[in-house]
Design a protein around this ligand. Structure first.
Ligand code: ADP
Length: 156
């Protein structure tokens, strides 16, 4: 099964949305494989948002990501990266469709509730950035045959 990174940004923690957002992934049928609270620092954000380092708003998004602790989650399931990304909605919450996390819980481009990995390759890199190997858990779930068909389980 594929794994992806979700970061509940400081805004989600402070606004008390963490449980509701995590609950969406659980109800969808994704499995939580790792979960922890941490404070992000300058160095990890320089790495994580390296693709934005030349943007004028770069210092502002780093400050926003350090304003309070975040909750990092490793979410697992068949095609988890694209499923979670669809559930996230586009960057600007005002444009994100209703029914997505950003569409339902935000009004801002910057303060957009969650980060989610945008490709399987980036998911692998980002999970390694935020989790140690022994912080990600592989475990059987007896509900799996009710979530997936047998062929989906063997392909996943
Ligand atoms: P996404 O998080 O949707 O994958 P990006 O990787 O492009 O988007 O951007 C990372 C984060 O930087 C966004 O989630 C958002 O918080 C912030 N951001 C991106 N573009 C802007 C912008 N034009 N103005 C303010 N903040 C932005």
């Amino acid at each position: 099964m594929e794994r992806t990174l979700v970061i509940l940004k400081p805004g989600a923690v402070i606004r008390g949305l963490a449980g509701e957002v995590i609950s969406r992934f659980e109800k969808k049928g994704l499995q939580i494989a790792g979960l922890k609270m941490m404070r992000l620092d300058d160095a990890v954000l320089d790495e994580h948002y390296a693709h934005l380092k030349d943007k004028p708003f770069f210092p502002r998004i780093k400050a926003s990501m350090m304003a309070a602790p975040v909750i990092v989650c490793c979410v697992e399931g068949l095609d988890a990266v694209s499923v979670v990304r669809e559930m996230t909605g586009c960057t600007n919450c005002r444009k994100a469709p209703v029914g997505t996390i950003r569409g339902d819980f935000g009004m801002s481009m910057q303060e957009n509730v969650v980060h989610t990995s945008d490709s399987p390759e980036n998911a692998v890199t980002e999970l390694a950035r935020f989790f140690k190997e022994d912080e990600i858990f592989t475990y059987d779930n007896p509900l799996k045959p009710f979530r997936y068909s047998s062929d989906e389980m063997s392909n996943g």
